[in-house]
Design a protein around this ligand. Structure first.
Ligand code: NAD
Ligand code: IPM
Ligand code: MN
Length: 357
């Protein structure tokens, strides 16, 4: 039987609560299929680990993760540890260490999910965000000069390499071609006169190889307005690291909230493991109460199934989520219900077992 070697990093806050449900669903799917299984290794890394050991993950962490087929991560961040320490020490270290340069985030309004936009129904928001995930505004390049002096200066560089831009843009064109969808690039060339002019130029250059793909180019400010006013116009979207971060939280807001939004950090060449996670954070405001919505984590579990080539199961998990949302019987408080995290995971698993998607 095929065994997938899985590393789980539940992390902080609601991370462990939602990851437990995703693991539950994946194990149930494997059992129902009968042809594959998941072999889980859990890593205790995160902010508590940092407070005890002085590091967010072990020094040989990246080396130890290398042998896994995929990584399933909950969330990172806790009030007692500065965010730039915790995130650069774990989440960003993995994205960078494994060259997971594609961050694929579906922004799709599922059947039964609440939408705050007037007159917009399922089928009318169906985007796939391809966020650059290795450089740009997240390059970690800069300086802090004359610290605590009156002439203090900080510099945060945006780093856009030709290789870095080309590969993410090409990935997006390939996806648009494969899915026969339009491709929108979101940038900001009017103000960012080096990085985004370069991005736009590469978007055009790479496009010469894809005459069959219909393209659009938006400035990020207008794009954020159109996401709310006319979300139908976006299908495949490619954008820089920071713009993609911000726009996908907006995407979550128009498709049912952060409790539903998932993302995959991919190394398309499969030279290193890819990492799957809900896009929300550790939500310290609700952590430890068993009320976090696990759907985002379960959706990212469906992305794991897709990634391993079990797309039919990936679709079934999404369909089970849609049934759960439509029946409105087992929903967490963010969706107006009173179910716990565990009850929600159990309900999704039950729908799969009963083959009621
Ligand atoms: P957050 O996503 O943790 O929470 C924002 C709001 O959404 C909160 O009100 C929270 O209760 C709610 N929310 C989030 N996920 C939910 C879920 N599954 N169910 C119900 N409600 C949910 O963002 P934040 O408050 O800005 O950040 C908190 C911490 O998480 C910070 O330390 C931040 O750096 C970190 N963070 C980590 C990740 C990650 O690990 N991928 C992502 C974002 C933020
Ligand atoms: C996300 C998060 C991270 C990001 C943070 C926690 C560093 O917000 O995955 O969306 O900005 O990429
Ligand atoms: Mn984010």
């Amino acid at each position: 039987m095929k065994t997938y070697r899985m590393a789980s990093i539940p992390g902080d806050g609601i991370g462990p609560e939602v990851i437990a449900e995703g693991v539950k669903v994946l194990n149930a799917v494997a059992e129902l299929d009968g042809g594959f299984r998941f072999d889980w290794t859990e890593f205790p890394w995160g902010c508590e680990y940092y407070l005890r050991n002085g590091v967010m993950m072990d020094e040989d962490g990246i080396e130890r993760l290398k042998g896994f087929d995929a990584i399933y991560l909950g969330a990172v961040g806790a009030p007692g540890v500065p965010d730039h320490i915790s995130l650069w020490g774990l989440l960003l270290a993995i994205r960078k260490g494994f060259d997971q340069y594609i961050n694929l985030r579906p922004v799709k309004l599922l059947r039964g999910a609440p939408c705050p936009l007037k007159g917009v129904g399922p089928g009318e928001i169906d985007m796939t965000f391809i966020r650059e995930n290795s450089e740009g505004e997240y390059a970690g390049s800069g300086a802090w000069l004359y610290k605590d002096q009156p002439n203090e200066v900080v510099i945060q560089n945006g780093v856009f390499s030709r290789v870095g831009c080309e590969r993410v843009i090409r990935y997006a064109y390939e996806l648009a071609r494969k899915e026969k969808k339009t491709l929108s690039s979101i940038s900001k060339g009017n103000a960012l006169n080096y990085s985004m002019v370069f991005w736009d130029q590469i978007f055009k250059e790479v496009g010469k190889d894809y005459p069959d793909v219909k393209t659009y180019s938006y400035l990020v400010d207008a794009a954020s307005m159109f996401m709310v006013r006319d979300p139908k116009r976006f299908e495949i979207v490619v954008t820089s690291n920071l713009f993609g971060d911000i726009l996908t939280d907006l995407g979550a807001a128009i498709t049912g909230g952060l409790g539903l939004a998932a993302g995959a950090n991919l190394n398309p060449e499969r030279k290193y493991p890819s990492m799957f996670e809900p896009i929300h954070g550790s939500a310290p405001d609700i952590a430890g109460r068993g009320v976090a919505n696990p759907i985002a984590a379960v959706w990212s579990a469906s992305q794991i199934l897709d990634f391993f080539g079990h797309e039919a199961w990936g679709r079934k998990v999404l369909a089970a989520i849609e049934t759960l949302l439509s029946e409105r019987k087992t929903l967490t408080p963010d969706l107006g219900g009173s179910a716990t995290t565990g009850e929600t995971g159990d309900a999704i698993t039950a729908l799969l077992r009963e083959n009621r998607q």
